[in-house]
Design a protein around this ligand. Structure first.
Ligand code: PBG
Length: 323
């Protein structure tokens, strides 16, 4: 044998030299859950290690992340049931929970990047990402709401708005609304290929945002499809997206690679709540090594072609790097 691949795996120094993919704190966006009230911190049972924070305690959480080098955040609001309605009106409240949280974070930490969420479901009495009429999700009427929501978030100081709703034409509509109102510098991270996935379960627990009836299959993508992801990417690029995203990540590594190979935009991947919960649950049972499984999962997402990873592991990964 004159070719022996094991020679390059012989020692740790050699293995490190030939390592093709690396992870660093700059690769991550950390999702955060916000609740009303003061001095609140509620643990989320289905996401061990992740909590909902009131705006005040959230500032301490962000400070500890910034200390570790995590400087990009994707907040999501848990809206009390009495503030929800059919049109997600609360999402446009300039002094609502979400917009106030964005303003407070940017006041205390002007250097961090906020990727704010655009979708109706946390504020919708139907628990859907669009307006529901006779059991149908209305597309163009929903765009109006999403545009107003984007504007409210831009006014509160968001750096990048991230539509997670999957309505047709939303990127173009939001871009237009932002530009017409002088927010040319606010970016758009599109949830380009967002699949109708079972892996969002714990997130819906965290926000109490599960659909009250039906499912999301008329707007989120069929897990069986990949060409359709290219169609969505072409539209997002044409409509002015600054980033493309794939969601979930681990069951869709081929889609991450597909978008990486077919566009020049940065590609993000969302390592979603269910993917996080699976690793945590197995580790808590002693069925696998949680830290190693975390590192391997995150590395695989980067190796598949993601430039950016949204992950509930972001802080834990940064702590791992420090030690
Ligand atoms: C909804 C939204 C969801 C997630 C982010 N935004 C859930 C859904 O589509 O029902 C899931 C994120 C996760 O599971 O971590 N706009």
């Amino acid at each position: 044998m004159n070719i022996r691949p094991r020679r390059n795996r012989r020692t740790e120094v050699i293995r490190n030299l030939v390592q093709e993919t690396t992870l660093g704190v700059n690769d991550f966006i950390f999702p955060l859950f916000i609740i009303e009230g003061q001095n609140q911190r509620e643990d989320i049972t289905s996401m061990p290690g992740i909590s909902r924070f009131s705006i005040d305690t959230l500032q301490d959480e962000i400070a500890s992340c910034v200390e570790l080098g995590i400087k990009a955040f994707a907040p999501f609001p848990n809206i009390p049931e009495h503030l929800k309605d059919k049109y997600a009106t609360e999402s446009q409240n300039p002094d609502g929970l979400y917009t106030s949280a964005i303003r407070e974070i940017k006041k205390n930490f002007p250097e961090v990047a906020i990727f704010s969420d655009i979708a109706m479901d946390p504020y919708s009495s139907d628990g859907h990402d669009g307006i529901v009429e006779n059991g149908e999700i209305l597309n163009d009427e929903t765009l109006e709401v999403l545009g107003k929501m984007a504007l409210a978030q831009a006014q509160a100081g968001s750096d990048v708005v991230a539509p997670s709703d999957m309505m047709d034409g939303r990127i173009g509509h939001i871009r237009r609304v932002l530009d017409e109102n002088g927010f040319q510098k606010v970016g758009i991270m599109s949830y380009t290929a967002k699949y109708a996935s079972a892996f969002y379960g714990p997130f819906r627990d965290a926000l109490a945002s599960a659909p009250k009836m039906g499912d999301k299959k008329t707007y989120q993508m069929n897990p069986a499809n990949s060409r359709e992801a290219l169609l969505e990417a072409e539209l997002d690029i044409a409509e002015g997206a600054d980033y493309l995203m794939v969601k979930p990540a681990l069951a869709y590594l081929d889609i991450i690679k597909l978008l990486r190979d077919n566009s020049h935009l940065p590609v993000a991947a969302y390592n979603v709540s269910g993917e996080y919960a699976m690793v945590k649950a197995a580790a808590q049972n002693g069925w696998l090594d949680g830290e190693k499984a975390m590192l391997e999962s995150l590395l695989s997402i980067k190796r598949a072609g993601a430039d950016i990873i949204l992950s509930y592991f972001a802080k834990e990964f940064a702590q791992y790097l420090k030690k």
